[in-house]
Write a protein that binds this ligand. Structure first.
Ligand code: NAD
Ligand code: AHE
Ligand code: ZN
Length: 375
């Protein structure tokens, strides 16, 4: 069938809106009509050429919501008309990783997903005779897409697509990093570096978890009011603090006669490796946990003095907030429907597919929290 898509033709170039061909679902696959998709910083990261796994031409987008239109042979858990959220971290419930119960990182289709292909090693998207790559197993920057059954969460049909698409990445990543990965306790102190589409969800996760002191760090002063909306108690702009932000943060997190200072939990939501180091080093000696959420470009590495870890700080990371998508995403949709979590205010801009490049421009300018394309 013909579908409308925003194609990443080449690294560093705007997306091109065009009609491409999509083949129907094969065994174990599902065709969905995408109703809405968010634009995450990771889409921009891959489009920029910084992603070592980036392939071109590709149909990017991994933060969608839509309706099942057709299912391939052998699909049992979904049927036409079901409302779904695509999962870039699938959940097969059968692989060694899923069965370990130690991780959300299902490995059943990771190899082909990283090659921009469906699990059988082929692409469903093409233009004329030329193949177009899938992206993160989702490719939601097209009004129809095909995914493996194990990469779709079946969600409440009353939930609005233009809001719950954000649960497909940003909301789940931010809240999940707090609850599943860091396992923050009531009364904790926390520092969140980068108050964008992910960082603000970390903040709302920290509020849900009952953290006392929630410090937001961002180079954009406009993000102060944003952080406060979702539970931030203090804001720091590193550009206004001087040379080294770490001693400053360590000092303001001293509590109850503590002479050392440092936050119980810190989160990097910038993708900047220098900030990742600052996040680790501003966590508390002896027990601090520092969670890397941001993704860094090809060739970049993190560093610190091993003494930072010898003295009990824990450096960890999270993908998709440690969430098991088919199990957890429908629950997060219910949290939204029950008013336990907020999504609407973070969706600052909506646009048709034709204007998707504006969404990237708004992100670059620091003007949007989340832009959502509505088909
Ligand atoms: P965003 O562009 O919406 O927000 C980034 C924020 O960081 C902005 O507010 C920006 O002003 C701030 N910032 C930039 N440099 C900074 C610095 N040096 N110090 C302090 N603040 C700084 O991006 P986003 O959509 O929130 O994504 C954030 C990061 O998380 C990206 O790297 C993205 O690729 C990554 N991500 C990871 C996962 C995962 O599963 N691990 C999921 C989604 C996104
Ligand atoms: N492919 C890149 C890194 C990109 C990356 O880290 N992706 C995150 C999701 S970001 C969502 O916005 C992720 O979950 N990765 C785990 C996985 O299995 O893909 C690289 O550096 O090679
Ligand atoms: Zn994302």
């Amino acid at each position: 069938m013909d579908v409308r898509a925003a194609v990443a033709v080449q690294a560093g170039k705007p997306l091109e809106i065009m009609t491409v061909q999509l083949e129907g679902p094969r065994a174990g696959e599902v065709l969905i009509e995408v109703k809405a998709t968010g634009i995450c910083h990771t889409d921009e990261f891959t489009l920029s050429g910084a992603d070592p796994e980036g392939l071109f031409p590709a149909i990017l987008g991994h933060e969608g919501a839509g309706i099942v239109v057709d299912v391939g042979p052998g699909v049992t858990s979904l049927k036409k008309g079901d409302h779904v959220i695509p999962l870039y971290t699938p959940e097969c419930r059968e692989c060694y990783s899923c069965l370990s119960r130690k991780t959300n990182l299902c490995t059943s289709i990771r190899a082909t997903q990283g090659q921009g292909l469906m699990p059988d090693g082929t692409s469903r998207f093409s233009i004329g005779k030329d193949k177009i790559f899938h992206y993160m197993g989702c490719s939601t920057f097209a009004n129809f897409t095909v995914l493996p059954e194990i990469a779709l969460a079946n969600v409440n049909p009353d939930a609005p697509f233009d809001k719950i698409c954000y649960i497909g990445c940003g909301v789940t990543t931010g809240i999940g990093a707090v609850i599943n990965t860091a396992k923050v306790e009531i009364g904790s102190t926390a520092i969140v570096f980068g108050l964008g589409g992910i960082g603000l969800n970390v903040i709302q996760g920290l509020r849900l978890a009952g953290a006392d002191m929630i410090i937001g760090v961002d180079i954009n002063n406009d993000r102060k009011a944003w952080g406060e909306k979702f539970g931030m108690t203090h804001f720091v702009n590193p550009k206004e603090v001087g040379d080294d932000i770490v001693p400053y943060l360590v000092n303001i997190t001293k509590r109850n006669g503590d002479t050392i200072g440092g936050a119980d939990y810190t989160f990097d939501c910038t993708g900047n490796t220098k900030v990742m180091r600052q996040a680790l080093e501003s966590s508390h000696r002896g027990w601090g946990k520092s969670v890397i959420i941001g993704v860094a470009g090809a060739g970049q590495e993190i560093s610190t003095r091993p003494f930072q870890l010898v003295t009990g700080r824990n450096w960890m990371g999270t993908a998709f907030g440690g969430a098991r998508g088919r199990t957890d995403v429908p629950k997060i949709v219910e949290w939204y429907m029950e008013g336990k979590i907020q999504i609407d205010p973070m969706i600052t801009h909506t646009m048709p597919l034709e204007d998707i490049n504006n969404g990237f421009d708004l992100m670059h300018a620091g003007e949007s929290i989340r832009s959502v394309v509505i088909y």
